[in-house]
Design a protein around this ligand. Sequence first.
Ligand SMILES: Cc1cc2nc3c(=O)[nH]c(=O)nc-3n(C[C@H](O)[C@H](O)[C@H](O)COP(=O)(O)O)c2cc1C
Length: 173
Amino acid sequence: MDVFEAIKGRRSVRAFRSDPVKEEDLQRILDAARLAPSAGNCQPLELVVVRDRATKQRLVRAAHGQSFIAEAPVVVVVCANIPRTSGRYGRRGEELYCIQDTAAATQNIHLAAYALGYATCWVGAFDEGIAADAIKAPAGVRPLAIVPIGKLAEEPIAPPRMPLSKIVHEDSF
Ligand SMILES: Cc1cc2nc3c(=O)[nH]c(=O)nc-3n(C[C@H](O)[C@H](O)[C@H](O)COP(=O)(O)O)c2cc1C
C-alpha cells in the first residue's frame, strides 16, 4: 500500500473483532515502530505487547473505562525509556524528545497496521501510574500511548480536518 493511501485511509477504530493478529504481521508492525526516527538516535522506545486478559482490563481501568481496548486481541503499550535520552539531552530530552520519539513510533504502528489490514486507536487519555503498574514498568520507563490492534468490527467515520489554507503560513504568521 502506498504511504499516502495509508495516511488517508487510517482511522481511529473503537470496536474490534476477536480475530487474532498474525504473529508475522505483528512483528512487521513492531518493526515499523523500531524504525521510527529519534532525537540523536537515542531510541528511548520500549514496546509492551499485551495479550493477557487481566492486564488488558487493568489498562482499561487506567484509560478511564475505555473498554474497547480489551476487545482487541493485541494491545501495544508504547513507552519511553527516559534515561536513554535524558542522559544526552537533559531536560529537553526528558520533556520533549522522548514524547516526540514515541509519537513518531506510535504513528508508524498505526500506518503499518492499517497497511496490513488491521485497525487501531491511539489511546492517550490514561492514568500513567495505573498503566505503569499494569505493565510492571521499571523506574524511568513512562507509558505514553496505548494502542489496541485488531480487525475492525464497525466501519469508522472520518472526522473532518481543517483545510490547509487555515494552517499553512507562508514565511511567517
Ligand atoms: C495523542 C492522542 C491521544 C488520543 N487519545 C485518545 C483516547 O484516549 N481515546 C480515543 O478514543 N481516541 C484517542 N485519540 C484518537 C483521536 O480522537 C483521533 O485521532 C481523532 O479524533 C481523529 O480521528 P482519526 O484518528 O480517525 O483521524 C487520541 C489521538 C492522539 C493523537
